[in-house]
Write a protein that binds this ligand. Structure first.
Ligand SMILES: Nc1nc2c(ncn2[C@@H]2O[C@H](COP(=O)(O)OP(=O)(O)OP(=O)(O)O)[C@@H](O)[C@H]2O)c(=O)[nH]1
Length: 335
C-alpha cells in the first residue's frame, strides 16, 4: 500500500484529499443535521459518498485518471450547491476545490471545471448578499484558477522534460537503455496476453574503436547518428530502436513472425551495408537476432540475442546470426 502511494502521485493526492474531505466535511454534515438543514446535510453526505467511490475505484482499478475526474466534479459541484444553499460560510469551500482540481485532472480539464463552477454559482446568484460580493468572488476565484493553471502547466512541462531527459540518449536522440527495459517488459507482457510475435535485433558496429582512434570521436559520433538515421528511415513506425550502450543498439520488432523476420533483417543489413560509410570507406555491422519464446523473460531473451551477436563477431563480424540457429545458417555479407 505504501509502495503504491509512493509511486503513484495522483493516487496519493486522491487518498490525501479523500482523508481531508472525511475529516473536514463530516463535522459540517453533523452541524447541518443539528441545525435542521437536511438538504445541506444530504449534499454533504453525497459529497463524502462520491469521494469514497472515486477513491475506492482508484485503489481497486489503478485508474486514477477517471477517479480524479470524478472526485474533482463531485467536490466542485458539492461546493457550488453548499455555497448556494448556505451562502457566505459555504462560499469558502469552493477555493480548495478550485486548487485541487489541478491535482486531480489535466490543466485544461481543471480550468473547464473551475470556470463552469464559478459561472453556475454566479448564474444561480443565491450565494451572494450583493452584486459587489458576487463580482469579488468571481475575480478572486478566477485569480486562483489562473495561477493554479499556470503552475500546473509549468509543472507538466517540467515533468515531460525530465521524462525526456531520463529516457532519451542525448547523442542519437533514440530511446536509452532505461526506456528499453520498460518497453521490453511491456513487449513480453503483450506477448503473454495476445500471443503477438516479438523479435529483437542487437546491432553492433564492427571495429568501432579503430574508427574512433583513427579519425576521432566526432567522426565516431557522426557514424552512430548515421546508423540511427538509416535504421529509422527503413523500419516501421511501431518498431523501436534503443541505444543499448556505446556502439550497440537494440531494435524491437513487434508483430514480425520468425519467417518474415529473416527478410526484414536481411533488408536492414543490405541498407546499412550500402549506405553506412566513414572516412575509410564501408563500415560494417554485426547482428544478433532472437524471437521471443513462450514463457521467456526479458533477461533470457536479451541474453540469447547477445549470444547470437557474440557468435556473429566470433565468426568474422559483418553478419547476422539468429539465436538458436546452427552456425551454418548465419547470413554473411555477400558483397
Ligand atoms: N564516438 C563515440 N565512441 C563511443 C561512444 N560510446 C562508446 N564509444 C566507443 O566505442 C568503442 C567500442 O569499442 P569495443 O567495445 O572495443 O568494440 P569494437 O572496437 O567495435 O570491436 P568489435 O565490437 O569487437 O567489432 C570504444 O572505443 C568506445 O570509446 C560514443 O558515444 N561516441
Amino acid at each position: 500500500m505504501l509502495h503504491r502511494l509512493k509511486n503513484d502521485f495522483r493516487l496519493s493526492i486522491i487518498t490525501l484529499l479523500a482523508f481531508s474531505a472525511m475529516v473536514g466535511v463530516t463535522p459540517f454534515a453533523i452541524l447541518r443535521l443539528v441545525q435542521g438543514n437536511s438538504l445541506a446535510f444530504v449534499i454533504d453526505v453525497l459529497i463524502l459518498a462520491g469521494v469514497a467511490l472515486a477513491t475506492g475505484h482508484a485503489w481497486r482499478t489503478g485508474d486514477t485518471r477517471r477517479a480524479g475526474l470524478l472526485m474533482a466534479c463531485v467536490a466542485t459541484s458539492g461546493a457550488v450547491i453548499i455555497g448556494t444553499l448556505v451562502g457566505d460560510p459555504g462560499l469558502f469551500w469552493l477555493y480548495p476545490c478550485l486548487v485541487t482540481s489541478f491535482f486531480l485532472t489535466p490543466p485544461r480539464v481543471a480550468m473547464g471545471i473551475n470556470l463552469s463552477a464559478v459561472a453556475v454559482m454566479m448564474g444561480l446568484g443565491d450565494a451572494f448578499r450583493s452584486q459587489e460580493q458576487m463580482w469579488s468572488f468571481a475575480a478572486t476565484a478566477i485569480v486562483v484558477t489562473s495561477c493554479a493553471f499556470v503552475f500546473a502547466i509549468r509543472n507538466r512541462d517540467q515533468r515531460r522534460r525530465l521524462e525526456h531527459l531520463a529516457t532519451i540518449d542525448p547523442l542519437t536522440g533514440v530511446n536509452n537503455r532505461r526506456s528499453m527495459d520498460q518497453e521490453l517488459a511491456m513487449a513480453v507482457a503483450k506477448h503473454e496476453r495476445t500471443g503477438l510475435d516479438q523479435a529483437l535485433v542487437i546491432l553492433d558496429i564492427d571495429h568501432f574503436k579503430k574508427i574512433n582512434d583513427r579519425y576521432g570521436h566526432v567522426v565516431g559520433d557522426n557514424i552512430l547518428n548515421e546508423l540511427v538515421a538509416l535504421i529509422a528511415a527503413h523500419t516501421r513506425r511501431y518498431d523501436q530502436l534503443f541505444r543499448f550502450g556505446g556502439e550497440e543498439f537494440v531494435l524491437l520488432l513487434p508483430g514480425v513472425g520468425p519467417l518474415a523476420l529473416k527478410s526484414v533483417v536481411a533488408n536492414l543489413q543490405r541498407i546499412v551495408r550500402q549506405h553506412l560509410r566513414g572516412p575509410g570507406g564501408q563500415i560494417t555491422v554485426s547482428y544478433g537476432v532472437a524471437v521471443l519464446q513462450a514463457g521467456e523473460t526479458v533477461e533470457s531473451w536479451l541474453t540469447r540475442a547477445d549470444h547470437a551477436l557474440y557468435r556473429a563477431k566470433d565468426a568474422g563480424r559483418n553478419r547476422v546470426i539468429f539465436a538458436d540457429d546452427a552456425p551454418r545458417e548465419s547470413m554473411p555479407v555477400s558483397a
